[in-house]
Design a protein around this ligand. Structure first.
Ligand code: AN7
Length: 361
């Protein structure tokens, strides 16, 4: 078996690189596709649910897929600096891949609205962090403007190489299952990822050499937003998005038209979940499957479960939910959800430990 060196090397025939391109990689991709064993039983429906655990990428989120590609191309084109606005995960990924490439990273983040783990990462990687007293959408607008005045390459998902890298997640799923799922559920912020998955499924479906006579060839795409940050439900951009799932606290999605196109072409839909529903799904996944994702990621499962329960997703379906980020990204939200499960504190003695165990059995 050859050493796995990242998704560009693995899927180079399907990505915009040449034999001489210097690949900027941290071994991203090739993430686990885990079948849920307990959750389907809890909902009492005959469905097969897999989660694509993107939290196991090098910086703990799916952003690494897009960033390896975007930074590889930025370096190939001679760029010395990259810039992004971010709700946290993009900044961590940009910072790490910039280090790997030996170039500079500038990140604009909304002050006080970044989960702790993401801030810790971005600080450690040594990016130039610019905090603004405004939300992601404001930061994104500023990044677009400043990039026309300064020699910096934007690595948000408006950079088309980001979506090229991210489409490989769909390739991995089809390669592993041998077919495309019936339904694919994702959390939606800027809607870059749902667009990228659809691109990946579509490219495989149109390539008969790789994907022969498999049904279905492409899934129905289901995009889920947080109720307080749901422009796709409103049918228009919104100005003051709010949600505990700070990763998707986005009111002006950058891939608006592309995502509506995905919805139409796949016969899919958008829907929204309350913060309570999102956190309940996050906890369910941790406590019944042993899988810890960040709040935004749990929107995919929360949405899928609701649509399974109502029958919108019928019994007999194969469903993939993308878990976009690792639960360790946001320790504060995790701990605050477990106030009813305080650790027991006892004397450091054998008797006391024994008693604690027997009391809990
Ligand atoms: C965990 O980091 O936009 O719909 O600046 O971090 O492709 O935007 C993060 C987005 C879902 C939404 N889940 O993906 C950023 C940023 C997690 C995320 C999304 C994000 P898109």
């Amino acid at each position: 078996m050859t050493h796995y060196t990242g998704l560009i090397a693995h899927y180079q025939d399907r990505l915009p690189v040449s034999a001489t391109t210097r690949l900027i990689s941290l071994g991203e991709g090739n993430t686990p596709l885990i079948q849920l064993h307990h959750v389907p039983r809890l909902v009492g429906k005959d469905v097969t649910i897999y989660v694509k655990y993107e939290g196991l990428n090098p910086t703990g989120s799916f952003k690494d897929r897009g960033m390896t590609m975007a930074v590889t191309k930025a370096v190939e084109e001679g760029s010395q600096a990259i810039i992004c606005a971010s709700t946290g995960n993009t900044s961590a990924a940009a910072a790490a891949y910039a280090v790997r490439a030996g170039i500079k990273a500038f990140v604009l983040i909304p002050e006080g609205k970044i989960a702790l783990g993401k801030l810790a990462q971005t600080l450690m990687y040594g990016a130039q962090i610019i905090q603004i007293n405004g939300n992601f959408d404001k930061g994104m607008a500023l990044v677009k403007e400043v990039a026309t005045h300064a020699p910096v390459t934007i690595v948000n998902s408006i950079n088309p190489f980001r979506l090229e890298g991210q489409k490989t997640a769909a390739f991995e799923i089809v390669d592993e299952l041998g077919f495309a799922p019936d339904y694919h559920c994702l959390p939606v912020g800027n809607a870059g990822n749902i667009t990228a998955y659809w691109k990946g499924y579509s490219e495989y479906a149109s390539d008969s050499a790789t994907h022969k006579a498999v049904t279905p060839t492409r899934p129905v795409m289901c995009g889920y937003q947080a109720a307080g940050a749901a422009p796709f439900m409103a049918g228009k951009m919104i100005d003051n998005p709010e949600t505990v799932a700070t990763a998707i606290r986005i009111g002006h999605p950058q891939s608006w038209d592309l995502a509506w196109n995905v919805q139409r072409e796949s016969n899919g839909w958008f829907d929204s979940l309350t913060d309570t529903e999102i956190l309940a799904a996050q906890k369910l996944l941790s406590q019944f499957e042993g899988i810890f994702c960040e709040p935004a990621s749990a929107a995919s499962l929360a949405g899928a479960l609701r649509d399974i329960q109502t029958g919108k997703i019928p019994e007999g379906s194969n469903i993939v939910c993308t878990l976009t980020g690792n639960g360790l990204k946001d320790p504060d939200t995790a701990i605050s959800q477990c106030q009813d499960t305080h650790p027991v504190t006892i004397d450091a003695s054998l008797d006391a430990v024994k008693k604690a165990i027997l009391d809990a059995m």
